[in-house]
Design a protein around this ligand. Structure first.
Ligand SMILES: O=c1[nH]c(=O)n([C@H]2C[C@H](O)[C@@H](COP(=O)(O)O)O2)cc1CO
Length: 114
């Protein structure tokens, strides 16, 4: 099974320790295509886009999104990229599992109610 994990990168890396736990758990069930999202050394500058650019990152991610069986998203930390991925995934009629922590004091994005 292919799993696409979504978590904030440029939106802020406060929850990266949690992303690591979620990705580890998901790896018990299948291949996590976006394991890099959980890497501790990845900063809010994003992946090194200097070689191929953001377009290459986007195109790779959309290819993975198309081939994935399920999406797991941690949405507590607001992220434009995660919102975009969820919108695209909804259009592709993918199975989406959103995780949100009410204890954060934030409001959940409306994307999670669909
Ligand atoms: O370098 C990157 N690599 C990457 O795979 N993404 C994808 C995966 C994440 O689930 C999501 C994070 O978006 P954002 O960076 O806007 O918080 O976008 C986003 C970036 C940077 O925007």
């Amino acid at each position: 099974m292919h799993i696409y994990f979504c978590g904030s990168i440029r939106g802020g890396r406060d929850d990266v320790a949690l992303y690591q736990k979620i990705v580890k758990k998901c790896q018990q069930y299948g291949t996590v295509l976006t394991e890099h999202v959980s890497h501790g050394h990845l900063t809010e500058k994003g992946e090194d886009a200097s070689l191929e650019g953001d377009k290459a990152i986007h195109d790779r991610d959309m290819k993975w999104l198309t081939m994935t069986d399920v999406i797991v998203a941690e949405v507590t930390q607001p992220s434009l990229g995660v919102g975009y991925e969820l919108g695209r995934a909804l259009d592709m009629q993918k199975k989406i599992f959103c995780l949100f922590r009410p204890s954060s004091g934030r409001g959940a994005t409306y994307v999670t109610i669909k």
